[in-house]
Design a protein around this ligand. Structure first.
Ligand SMILES: N[C@@H](CCC(=O)N[C@@H](CS)C(=O)NCC(=O)O)C(=O)O
Length: 407
């Protein structure tokens, strides 16, 4: 049986941190320059600490695809913790996102995008052009059909079927819009601003409909799958992309509840997602060059090493109890041989499995291999589960101990 490596031995497998400021899109950066001097920064983006807010992701994507230098200040969403007083002093409603553009504070994601377009030029078709307006209305229709299906409690079988068909017909309209040219995008030279408007919620639909409804969006709608594959070929998108496990558990408090149709397919997909093993092509189809598992394992390890003191100190099992089991899971991760954790540690390992958040903590594929290693290591100890993930709030996910102060 493999012995758990020491922290020093594990550190030999770490990889250097990517350049957060000028490297690929990432959720950890507080400043993005794209090779320009800091004096070029005219934008500050206020977005949520967890990288869970879809409206923030929309602005984040736009700035990244346009390569506009910007600063990031991270703020807590109410269902995940207390709102920072400094932010309430600037934005009394506490709503996110907001940007400061040449000293002017702007809220409301659509207003922000239009202001950014006016200052820096559009990304593809202008968002107020007639075709873009049509696409944006379609995005809202799709959003409403999704909410109606996902967030209405107590639907009977007939109502569930109606909500599913209503969603399907609007998703097919999105497919028709995507099929107007040979390109996978809404306009031939995409991804453009309108594509980015669709990304945050379609990403969340893909995860939540599999988990709660047993509906495999990418399989049901090939043009949407093609669009996702084109997005996933882009490093910039991958830097903001979340995994199924993160989404299905961050949505309930944000949406006021998500309800399962309790079909055999929904139950079976939910079980797989909760194990953290990933849903293969339903979840993400990263190109081969981007899904090097050995590298992803080392990235996951490096992210844990960076935060290990705080991670151990904040773990409910207590640092001394969970130290060996986490090293055992990291040993499993790196050696690909199951390393036995100390007896009685399965619940603590599964607690951590359930609280990895992508892309906040690490990229999707790194989160996937780390969850797998935690589950395999916990399984060697027994069936005990961690504390259930709350559905009315996520105060269990307080990321503040892990934050570095903004520069
Ligand atoms: N219409 C707004 C909606 C923004 C919104 O709903 N933001 C949520 C997060 S997704 C928020 O800030 N809620 C307050 C909070 O959670 O603290 C926009 O487009 O910017």
């Amino acid at each position: 049986m493999t012995q758990a490596l020491s922290w020093e031995q594990l550190a030999e497998h770490a990889v250097p941190e990517l350049d957060r400021v000028n490297g690929p899109a990432n959720a950890q950066a507080n400043l993005r320059l794209f090779g320009q001097p800091e004096s070029a920064v005219r934008v500050t983006l206020y977005r949520d600490l967890h990288a869970w807010c879809p409206y923030c992701q929309k602005i984040w994507l736009w700035l990244e695809f346009k390569r506009i230098p910007y600063r990031i200040r991270k703020v807590t969403m109410r269902c995940y913790g207390a709102k920072e007083p400094w932010y309430l002093a600037q934005v009394p409603s506490g709503m996110l996102p907001a940007v400061e553009l040449d000293g002017e504070l702007i809220t409301e994601s659509d207003v922000i995008l239009l202001a950014l377009e006016r200052r820096f030029g559009p990304l593809g078709m202008p968002l107020e052009s007639a075709p873009a307006m049509e696409h944006r209305q379609l995005e809202r229709l799709l959003f409403r059909a999704w909410c109606l299906w996902l967030c209405s409690p107590g639907l009977n079988r007939r109502q569930q079927g109606q909500a599913r068909e209503q969603f399907r017909s609007i998703a097919q309209r999105f497919e028709r819009a995507l099929s107007q040219s040979d390109s996978p995008w809404l306009e031939p030279t995409g991804p453009s601003g309108v594509d980015l408007v669709f990304v945050p919620y379609v990403e969340r639909m893909n995860a939540s409909l599999a988990y709660y409804k047993g509906y495999r969006l990418r399989q049901e709608h090939p043009a949407i799958d093609r669009w996702f594959r084109a997005l996933e070929a882009l490093e910039t998108y991958r830097g903001t992309q979340s995994d199924f496990h993160t989404h299905v558990h961050d949505l309930p408090p944000q949406m006021g509840g998500c309800w399962s149709d309790d079909t055999p397919m929904a139950t079976s997909l939910a079980e797989q997602i909760d194990l953290g093993v990933g849903l293969l092509d339903d979840e993400a189809h990263w190109p081969e060059s981007a899904r090097d598992d050995a590298l992803m394992r080392r990235i996951a390890l490096s992210r844990v090493l960076k935060h290990r003191i705080k991670l151990l100190a904040n773990h409910p099992s207590g640092a001394s109890e969970i130290d060996q089991p986490i090293r055992a899971a990291l040993t499993t991760l790196i050696t690909q041989h199951i390393c036995l954790p100390s007896p009685g540690s399965a619940a603590g390992l599964r607690y951590l499995r359930d609280r990895i958040s992508s892309p906040r903590d690490m990229p999707l594929m790194a989160a996937r291999v780390f969850r797998q290693a935690l589950e395999a290591t916990a399984h060697a100890d027994g069936p005990a589960q961690g504390a259930p993930i709350p559905v009315n709030h996520r105060f269990d996910q307080d990321p503040r101990p892990f934050q570095s102060l903004p520069t």
